[in-house]
Design a protein around this ligand. Structure first.
Ligand code: FES
Length: 117
């Protein structure tokens, strides 16, 4: 598993993530989106891109972490669905959760990862 930089570090710019979408970020510089941001209309979340089912990355297409209906996060490996808090609600890992990453957004719009739990 690639090691993430030591927090705090700037992950990206919030205006690069449109409301109602997700976007992968590659803070390790490996070419893989090890973290992703979910931006709702009034909330933002950062998750590690690790499915609790097998440990694989959730997405198969760049920046696509939402289900086709857009009302859940989805792992495209075996179809697990997650609510926006990151808890699996359907599929092979029901009740398990994505790992949330603590962060804050600066006044100038940078997403800063604060720590890992
Ligand atoms: S790896 Fe995510 S549902 Fe199987």
């Amino acid at each position: 598993m690639p090691r993430l930089p030591v927090p705090p570090f700037v992950l990206g710019f919030i205006l690069d993530v449109s409301p109602g979408t997700t976007k992968g970020f590659d803070p390790t510089g490996t070419g893989q989106p090890t973290l992703f941001v979910l931006r709702l209309w009034n909330e933002v979340f950062v998750f590690r891109n690790i499915c609790p089912h097998t440990g694989a990355q959730l997405n198969l297409k760049r920046d696509v972490f939402l289900s086709p209906t857009g009302d859940s996060l989805m792992c495209y490996r075996h179809g697990a669905l997650f609510d926006f808090s990151g808890t699996a609600t359907a599929g092979p890992c029901v009740g398990r959760s994505l790992e949330k990453v603590p962060f804050h957004i600066t006044d100038t719009g940078y997403i800063v990862v604060d720590s890992f739990v």
